[in-house]
Design a protein around this ligand. Structure first.
Ligand SMILES: Cc1ncc(COP(=O)(O)O)c(C=O)c1O
Length: 370
């Protein structure tokens, strides 16, 4: 391993959004002034431009900008227009937003366990969760790793289930060469500031190849209205604003560079960490984008403390599984052992756009001495 010369008190942050956005400061300020001067702040030219750029990036026909990732998923599920009370299969290990979107749309979330190597929903467990009430599957490409989309798409086709993708953590990830967000009937993205493509506030987007879903999402995000003051659906206010859209257009141009940088940082972990740590799965089907680089260790909490004492900051995604959350107490009698094991042992290491190779060598060096 390369020896890094670090001052003892050098801090390696987990995330620093000032540093992440520093390369674009001049452009972001210019975009801010232009939007301010335009006097048009919501659903205008900047939103249309970003929607078209993001659809092109994802190789989907359509993209509709919305106010958040949660809304992108909720609106996608609402657009399917399935009977209220229908079951939607979701992974048991995800950020709670995935499950909330099902509830907000008026459906029942049915949790299915992930594969312990990929951390993504296991196609076999989707099959096991299907009941006569199942109408859709909502997959999550967790941490930036694509799910096994071929078997999952086949299951959905065979069982006539809608397929929606949660791409909140996976902008630019590919399964067998094809971008996530282009497999499902619809897909929801988040542009929360820490995402690989993050704005300077809240925003999200829905991608789809269906013109009718696209038109419906555009209405649903704007009070269900097709024409001003004429409302077709019980919609919501989930409009993307011009500031965020213009910031996202600037940052989208650098997304591939950021992904390559993060993949390179990940490769330093893969090449240098001792086998004591369980590393993320790597397989040729997946082009992973490492929104999060997690390792697993039985003594996770001690490890986190040890790193902190060495000025290395980490996060846990996530400390409490959805079925153990107070808000989802109707799931508390269920057991999801794989999910619980992941939540108990996972630790997210620094892997942000601003980290240098030396930062990551340093983290690996310190980890190897645990
Ligand atoms: C897997 C997943 N789904 C959905 C969301 C919701 O996105 P947002 O915070 O933009 O609403 C997030 C956000 O962190 C997420 O990680």
């Amino acid at each position: 391993m390369r020896k890094t010369i670090f001052m003892k008190n050098t801090i390696i942050e987990y995330e620093n959004l000032y540093k992440v956005n520093k390369p674009y400061i001049a452009l972001l300020k210019k975009a801010f002034s232009e939007v301010l001067d335009s006097g048009w702040f919501i659903l205008g030219e900047s939103v249309r431009k970003f929607e078209s750029e993001f659809a092109d990036y994802n190789k989907t026909k359509y993209c509709a900008g919305v106010a958040s990732g949660l809304d992108a998923l909720t609106l996608s599920l609402l657009a399917l227009d399935i009977e209220k009370g229908s079951e939607v299969i979701v992974p048991s290990n995800t950020y709670i937003a995935t499950i909330l979107s099902v509830i907000h749309a008026g459906y029942v979330p049915v949790l299915a366990e992930p594969n312990l190597s990929t951390y993504n929903i296991d196609p076999e467990n989707i099959l096991g969760a299907i009941t006569p009430k199942t109408r859709a599957v909502l997959v999550v490409h967790l941490y930036g790793k694509p799910c096994e989309m071929d078997p999952i798409s086949k299951i959905c086709k065979d069982h006539k289930l809608f397929l929606v993708e949660d791409c909140a953590q996976s902008h630019g990830a590919k399964y067998r060469g094809r971008l996530v967000g282009s497999f499902g009937d619809l897909a929801g993205f988040s542009f929360y500031p820490t995402k690989n493509l993050g704005c300077l506030g809240d925003a999200g987007a829905v991608t789809t190849n269906s013109e009718s879903y696209y038109n419906k999402i555009k209405m649903l995000r704007n009070y269900g209205s097709e024409k001003k003051y004429h409302n077709t659906y019980i919609g919501m206010n989930s409009r993307m604003d011009e500031m965020q859209a213009s910031f996202l257009s600037i940052k989208l141009k650098k997304l591939d560079e950021i992904i390559m940088h993060k993949r390179h940082l990940a490769s330093i972990y893969f090449e240098n960490l001792k086998p004591d740590f369980i590393l993320p799965d790597r397989n040729n089907d997946c082009f992973d984008v490492y929104h999060i680089f997690n390792i697993r260790h039985e003594r996770r909490d001690l490890l986190k403390e040890y790193l902190k004492k060495k000025n290395i900051y980490t996060e846990i995604h996530y400390p409490v599984p959805p079925h153990k959350q107070k808000a989802l107490s109707f799931l508390s009698d269920k057991q999801f052992q794989i999910s619980e094991l992941i939540h108990r042992t996972t630790l997210s290491l620094p892997v942000s756009a601003f980290h240098t190779n030396d930062d990551i060598f340093r983290v690996a060096e310190v980890l190897n001495k645990f």
